[in-house]
Design a protein around this ligand. Structure first.
Ligand SMILES: Nc1nc2c(ncn2[C@@H]2O[C@H](COP(=O)(O)OP(=O)(O)OP(=O)(O)O)[C@@H](O)[C@H]2O)c(=O)[nH]1
Ligand SMILES: [Mg+2]
Length: 313
């Protein structure tokens, strides 16, 4: 089940590995753990990731580009369909597919559906990544590894590897990178040294705001939230040693009734979202930020092609 680490003087390898799996399987958390920094937002709400996010792992022997994808699910809206299309387009293009399956959840129809789809992509090696191993006992993990092995065989393919990992404890995370690298083609680095992602700054900022807004909201609301950064401008009349960046962003929801929930009593919730997001944005940019956040209704945007386009889907 394991491939030896290539010799340090072996060929340099570079390429793309995508993580796929059901919503909430731990794909983005694992991407961040491998890259060593937060490139993708995460939450305990399903369908957090809404576009592919590339995270880059630099090693002396290889450059491994991880492509985090939205969770594959039964679509209920046009947005859901678009997200699934993005996942399918991605796995057709990468060098390796990492199928993430949580150690603490029984394999279900959603997983079998994905496995059967993956079986169609014949040439691409498939690695089963059993995530969240910190949440299960040894016996439970052993059972899950056997079930995952069977899942592959029933779908008609052999896993190139089956790797249990915990992105939270860090267990086996670097082993996973060691196992993915030999599956990449030989080649020079694809991204400049030091680049950890190719996400535009504006997109990362919008994502950090959305992540803060997802915290603590319930039911369907997480799906209804979209964030767009409208403007980023250095504040004028500031001394060079005390810069301030003004960021104006809109938080979109789908119905007027959701406004009150997002804003909270006396605006307290929105204020907290702003404070949390600002701290993360300042850490990302390394500069003080004034975050101006407005809530707007974009009626039923998840089902409306025109609005989806405007929101970048
Ligand atoms: N205990 C534990 N929790 C984890 C681990 N990895 C992820 N989680 C949690 O699982 C939840 C989902 O994680 P995400 O990384 O956002 O999952 P995802 O697969 O990217 O989800 P979508 O983007 O919605 O498809 C979050 O609450 C994470 O903190 C892990 O290794 N251990
Ligand atoms: Mg995700």
């Amino acid at each position: 089940m394991s491939t030896a680490r290539p010799a340090a003087d072996g060929p340099h390898r570079s390429g793309f590995a995508c993580f796929v799996g059901r919503p909430n399987a731990g794909k983005s958390t694992l991407t961040n753990a491998l890259v060593g920094t937060k490139v993708a937002i995460t939450s305990n709400r399903p369908q957090t990731t809404r576009h592919t996010v590339r995270g880059i792992v630099h090693r002396p022997d290889a450059q491994l580009v991880l492509v985090d994808t939205p969770g594959l699910h039964k679509p209920r809206t046009l947005l859901g369909q678009r997200l699934n299309d993005v996942v399918r387009a991605t796995w057709a293009e990468v060098d390796v597919i990492g199928f993430c399956l949580p150690a603490n959840e029984k394999i279900g129809p959603g997983d079998r559906f994905i496995a059967n789809e993956l079986a169609q992509i014949k040439r691409t090696p498939k690695v089963a990544v059993v995530t969240k191993t910190d949440l299960v006992e040894r016996d439970g993990l052993a059972e899950q590894l056997i079930a995952v092995d069977r899942l592959g065989r029933e779908a008609g393919f052999e896993w190139a590897e089956i790797v249990p990992v915990s992105a939270v404890s860090g267990a086996q995370v670097s082993l996973l990178a060691d196992l993915l690298v030999p599956l990449l083609p030989e080649g020079p680095p694809l991204y400049p040294e030091g680049d950890l992602t190719d996400e535009p700054e504006q997109v990362m900022i919008a994502e950090l705001i959305r992540e803060a807004a997802l915290e603590g909201v319930r039911d369907e609301l997480p799906h209804s939230i979209a964030v767009v950064v409208e403007e980023m401008l250095p504040r004028e009349d500031r001394p060079a040693d005390r810069p301030l960046l003004d960021i104006h962003a809109y938080l979109y929801i789908e119905r007027p009734s959701q406004k009150g929930i997002v804003i909270g009593p006396k605006g307290q919730r929105l204020k907290n979202v702003g404070t949390t997001a600002r701290r993360h944005i300042e850490a990302l940019l390394g500069t003080p930020v004034f975050l101006d956040l407005h809530v707007k209704v974009a009626k039923d945007w998840q089902r409306d092609p025109k609005q989806l386009r405007r929101l970048g889907f």
